[in-house]
Design a protein around this ligand. Structure first.
Ligand code: NAD
Ligand code: TYD
Length: 356
């Protein structure tokens, strides 16, 4: 890994990855291609922007000319592909962007890598790596028991997960058809610093700090399997270094929680750290059960034994530690939150959710 292209490096997981990669790989050069949608923010990488090994390029992964030019200029040997539209609720209200970025964008990157890395023969061996970052949501919804393994059949239920599933199939097809050196990770829900405050955990932290209502969809008993974002980024580095080409690795934290448990935990921690609300009530009083998300997957849970047994990766942060680190980060960075929730986001939020 000498010349790395990261896509979507200004988003939540991508920015955590860029920071970790520059720290862990002293000899690398890293180019971050990001369109800077509402979810991408240059401030997420302000601390490393002057690193001589780092270059930021504002652009769209669907722009084939730009992507091919970057491959030719930078001679990438590694692609770590994060760029995506990532919020399920937005995929329900406006799926078109998801199809474009997640499917067409992934196809554009695959084509550029194929042209750059396999110019003469589809079977040319290569030391290059194309790692596609995907999600456990492609597997659909679990009942009360069971875990997603790498062999679980795909059964996506939202436009977001369907677009990710489609991109996964394209990646897999480029391995089998052209011999493109691909790797894939399907990870459970991440949380941690730089998480855009429209996703559950940062939204609840932000609203609870401001004394605003805390919307819990349906009965609050949907289950997600939470992983601290830096652990996910470590797993991606491990898969890049040790993964077997053409393989998929499921990444998860073994931290299944119902949404309501998460919301109550955040409320209780904030009550302890910053005191009760002005009304002297605990923050749990802000919880509101609201209309459920259409097609809301009931339970996700990952069997991460393949990446643990074959590659030796394990999460290092427990949920109890990770949620405290995360809350501390949001308490220390109110300006970041205010900065990313700009006027256009407020407009979108009001349109989607009214004034809750
Ligand atoms: P995010 O929404 O925080 O960030 C996405 C980034 O991609 C942003 O910086 C955005 O500007 C950029 N982007 C969007 N469209 C683009 C385009 N057309 N061209 C270039 N850049 C573009 O997302 P995230 O939560 O950091 O997720 C990153 C990846 O990880 C996604 O592929 C997602 O499917 C996957 N994933 C996320 C989670 C999670 O819990 N957040 C879990 C598993 C997998
Ligand atoms: P989210 O953070 O959107 O991630 P995903 O849909 O990719 O799992 O949501 C996590 C869970 O929290 C999901 O079950 C939906 C639920 N949720 C709420 O109950 N209220 C909210 O305001 C949001 C954003 C999510």
């Amino acid at each position: 890994m000498k010349n790395i292209l990261v896509t979507g490096g200004c988003g939540f997981i991508g920015s955590n990855f860029v920071r970790l990669a520059l720290k862990s790989l002293p000899d690398c050069r890293l180019v971050n291609l990001d369109k800077l949608t509402y979810a991408g923010n240059l401030k997420n990488l302000a601390d490393i922007e002057d690193d001589a090994r780092y270059r930021f390029v504002k652009g769209d992964i669907c722009d084939a000319q730009l992507v091919e030019k970057l491959f030719s200029e930078e001679q990438f040997d590694t692609v770590v592909h994060f760029a995506a539209e990532s919020h399920v609720d937005r995929s329900i209200s406006g799926p078109a962007e998801f199809i474009q970025t997640n499917i067409v964008g992934t196809f554009t990157l695959l084509e550029a890598a194929r042209k750059a890395w396999l110019p003469s023969s589809p079977l040319t061996p290569s030391s290059s790596r194309f790692l596609h970052v995907s999600t456990d949501e492609v597997y659909g919804s679990l009942g009360e028991t069971g875990l997603f393994t790498e062999n679980t059949a795909y059964d996506p239920r939202s436009p977001y997960s369907a677009s990710k599933a489609s991109s996964d199939h394209l990646v897999s097809s480029y391995f089998h058809t052209y011999g493109l050196p691909t790797l894939m990770t399907n990870c459970s829900n991440n949380y941690g610093p730089y998480h855009f405050p429209e996703k559950l955990i940062p939204l609840i932290i932000n609203n609870a700090l401001q004394g605003k209502e805390l919307p819990v969809y349906g009965d609050g008993k949907n289950v997600r399997d939470w992983l601290y974002v830096v652990d996910h980024c470590e797993a991606i580095l491990t898969v890049l270094q040790k993964g077997q080409l053409g393989q998929t690795y499921n990444i998860g934290g073994n931290n299944e929680k119902q949404n309501i448990e998460i919301v109550e935990t955040v409320c209780d921690i904030l009550d302890r750290k910053v005191g009760l609300l002005d009304s002297e009530e605990p923050r749990r009083s802000l919880i509101r059960f609201v209309t459920d998300r259409p097609g809301h997957d009931r339970r996700y849970a990952i069997d991460a034994s393949k990446v643990r047994l074959e590659l030796g990766w394990e999460p290092s942060v427990t949920f109890d530690e990770g949620i405290l680190k995360t809350i501390d980060w949001y308490l220390e960075n109110p300006d970041w939150v205010a900065g990313v929730l700009d006027g256009s986001y407020q407009e979108y939020y009001a349109k989607m959710y009214g004034d809750r």
